[in-house]
Design a protein around this ligand. Structure first.
Ligand SMILES: NC(=O)c1ccc[n+]([C@@H]2O[C@H](COP(=O)([O-])OP(=O)(O)OC[C@H]3O[C@@H](n4cnc5c(N)ncnc54)[C@H](O)[C@@H]3O)[C@@H](O)[C@H]2O)c1
Length: 333
């Protein structure tokens, strides 16, 4: 079978690609496990390495293009024995606020091209779509969010994710595809700085001190946010793909497990996991707008359904820091 990752050379996409190559199999359209013989990493930017290579019997192809171009997307869906992980997006609240039209075109039109392309193929291909906790928001949002809480996103980014969750429910109900939406918290720890990411400082809090650089935290230490390490995200995306559709029922969107923690707890984990490394100095200088935005966010996430489906989180934040050190600072990547 063929596995397609849109946004395949980004932060999560690159790790997911490695995990799929390691795994080598996925449940196909019949529900039976099938060997992956082709992995396509589709992205608007070039990734590292060759455009085509073979890894353990799997042909890996990197295809550069725009998900909002319908013909390009159709060209990617050239087999019926296909599974799709859909990550390509204007991937942050700030970026989507800066360019409404781009967010509509890439997030909404691009996704619809993908859904329609799958609909035109024979069989029910599995589709895992990456949604976000940004589907929640607003002054009437409860302190605890979960799969039964009404979505009132307060950003264009969150709106596009909420719309796509609903569309996936309907495309699945109509028997056009077999969709699953993964509602992610903040995914940490991104190895490089990213422009236009309002939550980028959560990654910077770990990354910069570990690189020996000083870091200024723009929110108070007792601010709460919700995180999960990239390794756990990737394994959960695969688990969600593998879940029998019947267990998901009519609502195909699943809030991922996460650690709801304060920034002080994140700093404590960083200190505990740093080993012999000299950390850069962390100072706190709250930005009033960012602080207010985070104070209005959810306090905690209810994830019983994710737990029942076998989705998991790390034992603690220290594990995430150790994974990052292994993956990016001391490992081969
Ligand atoms: N990282 C997080 O904290 C987080 C949290 C919640 C949801 N998500 C979602 O997960 C997905 C992946 O996020 P990420 O952190 O890996 O982001 P990323 O920016 O590293 O990866 C997204 C990829 O999509 C590509 N892309 C953007 N526009 C495209 C287009 N028009 N056509 C084709 N490719 C395009 C980018 O080049 C990039 O490589 C996104 O959909 C994002 O909204 C991420």
């Amino acid at each position: 079978m063929k596995a397609l990752i849109t946004g395949g050379v980004g932060f999560i996409g690159a790790q997911l690609a490695r995990a799929l190559l390691d795994r080598g199999v996925l449940s196909g359209v019949t529900g039976e496990e099938e060997a992956i013989d082709e992995l396509v990493l589709f992205d608007s930017v070039e990734g590292p390495g060759l455009s085509e290579e073979k890894a353990g019997g799997i042909v890996v192809r990197r295809v550069v293009g725009d998900v909002s171009d319908q013909e390009t997307v159709r060209g990617l869906l050239d087999r019926d024995d296909l599974s799709v992980f859909h990550l390509a997006a204007v991937p942050s609240t700030l970026a989507a606020e800066m360019d409404f039209d781009l967010a509509m075109r890439v997030n909404l039109d691009g996704s619809r091209h993908l859904f329609e392309g799958l609909r035109a193929r024979a069989g029910l291909q599995r589709l895992v779509f990456l949604s976000s906790i940004a589907v929640f928001g607003g002054t009437r949002m409860p302190r605890y969010v979960g799969d039964l809480v009404k979505q009132t996103p307060q950003s264009t980014y969150g709106i596009t994710k909420a719309i796509l969750e609903l569309l996936i429910n309907d495309y699945t109900r109509k028997g056009f595809l077999d969709g699953r939406s993964a509602r992610l918290p903040n995914v940490i720890i991104r190895p490089e700085k990213m422009k236009l990411q309002s939550s980028g400082f959560i990654n910077g809090l770990f990354r910069e001190p570990l690189n020996g650089e000083d870091f200024e935290l723009p929110v108070p230490l007792d601010t709460v946010t919700h995180v999960l390490g990239c390794r756990a995200i990737v394994q959960n995306l695969i688990r969600l793909h593998e879940v029998d559709g019947g267990r998901l029922g009519e609502d195909r969107a699943v809030g991922f497990p996460c650690h709801s923690v304060t920034f002080q707890e994140m700093i404590d984990a960083l200190q505990a996991a740093r080993g012999d490394r000299r950390l850069g100095k962390i100072t706190v200088n709250p930005d009033p707008i960012l602080t207010k935005a985070y104070q209005m966010g959810p306090r905690d996430c209810e994830t019983a359904r994710a737990n029942e489906l076998g989705l998991q989180k790390e034992a603690n934040l220290e594990e995430i820091v150790h994974d990052y050190i292994d993956d990016y600072l001391e490992g081969e990547r």
